[in-house]
Design a protein around this ligand. Sequence first.
Ligand code: GLU
Length: 515
Amino acid sequence: MTERPVRVRFAPSPTGPLHIGGVRTALYNYLLARKLGGTMILRIEDTDQNRFVPGAEDYIRQSLEWVGIELDESPWKGGPHAPYKQSERKPMYREYADQLIRDGYAYYAFDTPEELDVMRERLQAAKVPNPQYNSITRAQMRNSLTLPEDEVKQLLDSGTPYVIRLKVPRKEEVRFQDMIRGWVVVHSSAIDDKVLMKSDGMPTYHLANIVDDHLMDISHVIRGEEWLPSAPLHVLLYRYLGWEKTMPQFAHLPLLLKPDGTGKLSKRDGDRLGFPVFALEWHGTDAETGAPTVSRGYREDGYLPEALVNFLAFLGWNPGTSQEIFSMEELIQAFEIDRVSKSPAKFDVAKAKWYNEHYLRAKSNAELAPYLLTALAEHGIECSEQKAEQVVGVMKERVSFPQDFWQEAKYFFEAPTEYDQAVVSKKWNAPVSAALAAYADALPASSEPSANAEVLKAIFTQSMEAQGLKPGQVLQALRVAVTGAAAGPDLFETLAILGTGEVAQRLRAAVERLG
Ligand code: GLU
C-alpha cells in the first residue's frame, strides 16, 4: 500500500481574535506537516454566521504570518480544493446530508424552539440531568421518524422549517485511536442527535468539518482537547458517509491551564492575569457596552516571534532531551507527535520571558539598535547608529524586551536629576564627593578623543589613590552620580560610551547637588 500523503489543516472559526492556544494548535500542525513533507492547509470555519466577527480572519492570517507558520493552501493563497472558507462552500454540503437521510442515518426534525423548550422542561422536571434530543427523546418529538410519511412530505413541500439531525444509535460503543491518548471509547448513549443542517440550509460545524476534511483529503486532525467530546460523533459521521477507511488520524492536544493550574486559560484571562493571551494586539468591542477595547498582544509587548514559537512548542511537547532552545527549523526536525503529552500544560509566562531574553541576546548589536533608535526618535533625541549599537551592546544582558532598552538605558541620553537614595545615604560623604570632583578634573577634556574603559578606570584608580581612598569605597557613588541608578552594566564601559566631557559634567552636578 502506498503511504498516504500527509495533509493537515488548521481550521479556526473567525469568532474573535485567535487565542494563543490556537496558535499552538496551528504550530503543531505545521511542524508535523513540514517534518513529514506534507501540506499545511488553513480552512476558515464560518458556518455560524451569528458569531462572525469582522476583522477576525485577517487577524488569524497576520498572527500566523508573524510567528512564521507558512500555509500551503488557504483562502488567501487558494489551492486545489478552493474555496477554503466554509460559507463559500455552502452548496457542497447538502448532498451529504441528503445521503445520510437516504441511508437512514439522519432525519428531518420539525420541532419549533418552543417545542424544544417544553421537552427540556419536561425532562428537567423528571430530574433528567442533561436533557437532550437523543435516541430516547426523539420518539416524543416531531420528526420524520415519528410522523407518518405523507405528513413529512406535506411539511417539506409546504416549506415548514426543519433541521436535519444525526440518528445516533442507542446502544453502541464508538471507539477510535487518538495519537496522543490511545484508544478512546465512548458509549453512544452519551451522544445526542446533533443538528447537521440548520433550517437556513447552512451546515453545522460537525457536518461541514467532516465533509471538508474528507474532500480535502486530510490525513491528520490535530486540534485542542475541547474537541475530544465531538470526536466520537465525527467517527460516526465518517462511518455513515462510507468514509471510515480514509478517516484522518486524530490527535487531541492537551489543555492549556492558567499559570496556577486552576483551570483552562481563557480569552478573558489576559487582562486578569497580566499577560497577553493573543499573539497580536486586538482591537475589539465590549460585548455588553459596545465600547472599543484593546487586548494586549505578544508582539506589542515586545516578544520576538522566535521566542513565542519556542515557548509554545514546549507547552505540551518536549524533545526528550535537555535542549530547550529550538529554532523553527530545529523544531521541525525534532517534532514527534508521540512525544506530545496528554496532561494539561501550565501556561508559565515567566518561561516565555526567559525565551525572549535568550533570543534578544542572540541578536547582533546592529539588529537591536533600531529598537533603541525608534524610542529615541519618539522622545526627540538624536543619536548616532554607532552609539545606539554601543548602548544596546552593554545593555542586552540586562533587558527582557526591546522596549526596555530605552527604559533601562535612558541615562545614556539624559543626565540624571535624581539619585538612588539608598546608595546616596550609604556611600556618599565628603571625602567621596571630593574624590569624585578630583576625578572629574583628571578626566581628559571632551575635545580630546574619548578614552576607552580601561583608560578611564586607570585614571579613576590613580585619582582615588591620590585622595587616599580605595576605589571600592567610591565606585557605587560614581555610578549613582553619573547614572542616578544603583545598578547597571559595566561602569567604565558606561563612562566610555557617555564620553569624558559628559561624565565630568554629571560628576560636577552631583557634587553640587549632593554636597
Ligand atoms: N472550527 C473549529 C475551531 O474553531 C475547528 C475544530 C477542529 O479542528 O476540528 O477550533
